[in-house]
Design a protein around this ligand. Sequence first.
Ligand SMILES: NC(=O)c1ccc[n+]([C@@H]2O[C@H](COP(=O)([O-])OP(=O)(O)OC[C@H]3O[C@@H](n4cnc5c(N)ncnc54)[C@H](OP(=O)(O)O)[C@@H]3O)[C@@H](O)[C@H]2O)c1
Length: 228
Amino acid sequence: MKTERKTALVIGASRGLGLGFLKEFLRRDYHVTATVRAAITGAGLEDYYEQLTMDTLDINNPHLTEAFLARMQDRQFDVIVLNAGIYGPQGRGLSDATAEEISHLIMTNAVAPVRLAERLAPLLRPETGVIAFMSSALGSLELNANDGSVLYSASKAMLNRLTRSFAAAHDYLTIINLHPGWVRTDMGGPNAPLDVETSVRGMADVLESRAGKGGHEFLDYRGKIIPW
Ligand SMILES: NC(=O)c1ccc[n+]([C@@H]2O[C@H](COP(=O)([O-])OP(=O)(O)OC[C@H]3O[C@@H](n4cnc5c(N)ncnc54)[C@H](OP(=O)(O)O)[C@@H]3O)[C@@H](O)[C@H]2O)c1
């Protein structure tokens, strides 16, 4: 008898690591629900129509979020990946970025993912479901990496902090904050040492290995612990 397919939800899957996650879960024979802000073409997904549901979501738009959640209400997921994120104002820091740019960065990278997770948590499969937030080692206060991207780093530190509170309120879930490594995407740039496939394969292994374990960890794509 054929076993039921596992199910994954990837938020922010138009390109980069989100699209990589979508493809990796398809390769692992999951049914994948993936959200984009605008339709994508040329991603080589045509052969997977039976395994893939595409949906539309801008995580900063409350109306789109409510409509999306209404469409998801009867669904159940083994894995949810909150991947959507932005780098923020390029080349500018605390003093010269505008208040609007900073609030957009904080909303996108920290507030909206955790708010969405609050609403998606009931859709996780009981006992074994895993919810993952796409963080970054740059958000680690202990590592205190100094690469010049202070606002981006602060937004991921805030994400980490908000997820700690989320985890305290949902202590029956398995929650992972992920550091994907430095990866060649639009955000990571062409000089990054890692390709998308290596990073997402590692992260998917990490998420599958944690199913049913519970707790809240900050792990890189090899499963190595990142200090908070
Ligand atoms: N690449 C790295 O080295 C690296 C390292 C550490 C952490 N990360 C994190 O990993 C995640 C993915 O990064 P990436 O390198 O793949 O970046 P990317 O290539 O720039 O892709 C970002 C993704 O986020 C989506 N997105 C942005 N704002 C959104 C919103 N308001 N609502 C819904 N979707 C939105 C984008 O959709 P559109 O196509 O519509 O813009 C796109 O799919 C981010 O959270 C990033 O901070 C990346």
